[in-house]
Design a protein around this ligand. Structure first.
Ligand SMILES: [Zn+2]
Length: 360
């Protein structure tokens, strides 16, 4: 059982200044820190697009090429719902109403993943202990990949910058059929124990798995036949897995990101907010298209510093964060384009895949 590392409390001036400035931004602008009506319209459009695409594939039975493109498109819409709706909902930032946040978060269960384990894995572990090996589950794809210089090296890691895309594509299937069950039955995420699962969460866990099987396997097999259904199923799940993995990884496993570890007394060098700056990078923040598709997750620095604020505010908040980092002489890691961030991730994988001594 792991004991969570403690962040330094030596100086919290940066975080205090930032919180004060962001607080006064919302006070003077009069805007709520949660999602706006525009986000809610977008959520509706994405949901309707999913329903239309799904029904179109099953009922209109398009030709081979259109069906394949449709499955990939449905995967992209699913990932966009995950980034724009589910992620904000799980952080409680989608709406002022807790019921709407809960509904937004539960879209994950509909798509086959457990929102209960997501909350623990993402909101508690990943956001608090970003890039700390042994605690942050997001950088643990062992033994298949080495995503931190603190992890053990295996021979095949030398090729991880070549095969990562194949593995990333398996993420969603692995998540739905294996990783959630591993967490459920072991009652832990990595080394972090999950003490109690409320009765309603047991029901949602199993209900989500059953709805996934029904919507994505049973109905398609029944309506279009077993082979087309299975091919479509794979295309859809590979698309969801690849897009989710890539967007998650571009924020923390790129060349500029650091992987600090606690000392013997389990203490970190930095305070929590500075730790977030060291371990996180933005990408393509000027691209409205990228921002719209990834639900503001291209502003990962702002998201990690203010996870309870909806992503729709990140472009404005980034001006405050960037300026405050400059004043305090702190890094503000950013890749100007999506392509540059992807290249940096591939170079990071190549470097980390080399057989260098284990750190720490
Ligand atoms: Zn988050």
């Amino acid at each position: 059982m792991s004991v969570s590392p403690k962040f330094s409390a030596a100086s919290k001036a940066f975080h205090a200044t930032l919180k004060q400035r962001v607080g006064s931004y919302f006070e003077t602008s009069g805007r709520p820190s949660t999602g706006t009506a525009r986000l809610h319209r977008k959520a509706l459009i994405l949901s309707l697009s999913f329903v239309a695409g799904y029904l179109g594939l099953l009922l209109a039975t398009p030709g081979l090429v259109w069906a394949a493109l449709g499955c990939v498109g449905l995967g992209l819409v699913t990932a966009a719902i995950g980034f724009n709706v589910m992620h904000d909902g799980a952080h409680g930032s989608f709406s002022k109403r807790s019921g709407l946040n809960r509904a937004a978060a539960l879209t994950l269960d509909f798509f086959g993943g457990s929102s209960f384990f997501w909350n623990v894995k993402h909101n508690i572990i990943h956001h608090a202990y970003t890039n700390i090996d042994g605690v942050d589950d997001d950088i643990d794809i062992r033994p298949w990949m080495r995503l931190s210089p603190n992890q053990s090296h295996y021979r095949w890691h030398r090729f991880q910058h070549r095969y990562f895309a194949v593995l990333y594509a398996q993420l969603w299937l692995g998540w739905v059929f294996f990783l959630d069950f591993q967490k459920y039955f072991n009652r832990c995420i990595g080394d972090t124990p999950v003490k109690r699962i409320p009765a309603v969460e047991h029901a949602l866990f199993w209900g989500g798995k059953l709805s996934y099987l029904l919507v994505f396997l049973v109905l398609p097999v029944w309506l279009v036949g077993i082979v087309p259904a299975l091919v479509g199923f794979l295309l859809y799940n590979w698309t969801v897995g690849f897009v989710l993995s890539l967007v998650f990884q571009l924020a923390h496993t790129v060349e500029v990101a650091e992987f600090p570890m606690p000392d013997e007394a389990n203490r970190m060098d930095s305070e929590w907010a500075i730790h977030q700056l060291l371990t996180t990078a933005n990408f393509a923040t000027r691209s409205r298209l990228v921002g719209a598709l990834v639900g503001g997750l291209n502003f990962q620095i702002e998201h990690h510093l203010f996870p309870k604020i909806s992503h729709v505010h990140y472009p404005e908040l980034s001006k405050i964060v960037r300026q405050t980092c400059r004043e305090f002489g702190l890094p503000y890691n950013e890749y100007p384009t999506l392509f540059q961030a992807i290249r940096s991730h591939v170079r990071f994988l190549r470097e980390t895949g080399r057989n260098v001594p284990v750190l720490g």
